[in-house]
Design a protein around this ligand. Structure first.
Ligand SMILES: *Cc1c(COP(=O)(O)O)cnc(C)c1O
Length: 423
């Protein structure tokens, strides 16, 4: 049979996806064929800066040689055993990752949504077995405009009509409060059936909403005072993206989760990671907790055929080493400040606001949320060699791989400035 790869045009590739794939996404019309570092290339060989980084999964840059080396090396040795048996890489990865993030235990899964589901199950079980909540009464507090994934239970906690409509009936036991609202949190925490508060330290999909300084620490203290688990969904914000190893690390960009400086580091009871824990090379996600919480899960009560497979473990090990060795948290912190200052310096009337932390940033476009301006800007950015995607109406996220250099940021800001001046 003839192989079609490499002989396709972008038009043909898009037509194939359109005809044979479910229409559950609305991609920008570009067909990517190759990636290296901060760059991706389309089928015609056009080169682009990647300013989305696969929703912050590719923090280490596309096809990082060390991560790909780990992938191909392990792929020729052993890929999957299931957890019916031990494998020779899982324990090594678990030791490395738990020490890296400062927890007793890790529960490995594959996708972000699975890790969030795992955290929900863990929190509920802890609620019944440790907190003493009576059967089937456990509740979890979520924030409005959250994004935690796409399973039925997770969309039960969403207020996005696109994510919810006609997917009911929904999972009960969910309380919703406004983001960044400590009073609302305190009020809902009065309910003794609450077992957890699940929160994104910065709301990524909602448009890079950074909460007030001190919000996370105060929320954690409130949870602690009511014996409620503080669960951080760092699937998008974690792994150096926001200028520290985790967004809960606050302003420390040392690249380690430092218990040394409790002023800036908030230790969540449960930490959820995904996306960049594998450098975007393989689906790897994980839930971290200390023994007193994780011990409520016993053999047979939760799992995944692929979770903790040796290929995933080797890839994630390499991806985490790269973050440390290349000082990516520190880089994201420095370059993030630089990027925001340069975007502000463009002085375009179309930019209503520049916001973000580290290299998770967004510009809010000065137009109504239902206008096509942000989409049209992204189309023009694409034609000028930069890929970004609008999120929730007129917000454009700018989140390049963390291996970007300052002079590359200068090039990108020039592209952005030129495109904005056309509108
Ligand atoms: C992407 C994301 C998820 C879901 O991850 P998937 O791998 O797409 O299932 C969960 N939480 C947050 C904060 C995310 O950004």
């Amino acid at each position: 049979m003839e192989t079609m790869t490499n002989t396709l045009t972008s038009k043909q590739a898009m037509d194939l996806e359109d005809q044979y794939g479910a229409h559950n996404y609305h991609p920008l019309p570009v067909v990517l064929d190759r990636g290296e570092g901060v760059f991706v290339w389309d089928l015609e060989g056009n080169k682009y800066f990647d300013f989305l980084s696969s929703y912050s999964a590719v923090n280490q840059g596309h096809c990082h040689p060390r991560i790909i080396g780990a992938l191909t090396g392990q792929a020729q040795k052993l890929t999957l055993t299931s957890r019916a048996f031990y494998n020779s890489v899982l324990g090594e990865f678990e030791k490395y990752a738990t020490e890296y993030f400062g927890f007793d235990k890790i529960l490995p899964m594959n996708t972000g949504a699975e890790a969030v589901e795992t955290a929900i199950k863990l929190a509920r079980k802890w609620g019944y077995e440790k907190k003493g909540i009576s059967e089937n009464q456990a509740k979890i507090i979520f924030c409005e405009n959250n994004f935690h994934g796409r399973t039925v239970t997770i969309v039960s906690a969403s207020n996005d009509p696109d994510a919810r409509n006609n997917f009911g009936p929904f999972t009960p036991g969910i309380i919703s409060i406004p983001y960044n609202d400590l009073n609302a949190l305190a009020k809902e925490l009065e309910d003794e059936n609450v077992c957890a508060f699940i929160v994104e330290p910065i709301q990524g999909e909602a448009g890079v909403f950074v909460p007030d300084e001190g919000f996370l620490a105060k929320a954690q203290a409130l949870c602690k005072s009511k014996n409620v688990l503080f669960v951080a969904d760092e699937v998008q914000t974690g792994i150096a993206r926001t200028g520290s190893l985790l967004a809960v690390c606050g302003d420390c960009s040392c690249g380690k989760t430092c218990e040394k400086d409790p002023k800036t580091y908030i230790q969540p009871d449960v930490l959820i990671l995904g996306k960049a824990i594998s450098g975007g090379v393989f689906p790897v996600s994980a839930v971290f907790a200390n023994n007193d919480i994780m011990e409520v899960i016993r053999p047979g009560e939760h799992g995944s055929t692929f979770g903790g497979n040796p290929l995933a473990c080797k890839v994630a090990l390499a991806a985490l080493e790269v973050v440390k060795d290349e000082n990516l948290a520190h880089k994201a912190n420095e370059l993030g400040k630089y990027l925001r200052s340069q975007l502000e310096a463009i002085g375009s009337p179309l930019i209503k606001l520049v916001r973000g932390k580290g290299l998770l940033n967004a510009i809010v476009i000065n137009d109504t949320p239902d206008s096509k301006t942000a989409w049209n800007i992204c189309l023009r950015l694409k034609e000028n060699g930069l890929l970004a995607k609008p999120t929730h109406g007129n917000i454009i996220r700018f989140a390049p791989p963390l291996v970007i250099t300052q002079s590359q940021i200068d090039e990108c800001v020039t592209i952005i400035g030129n495109v904005l001046s056309e509108f």
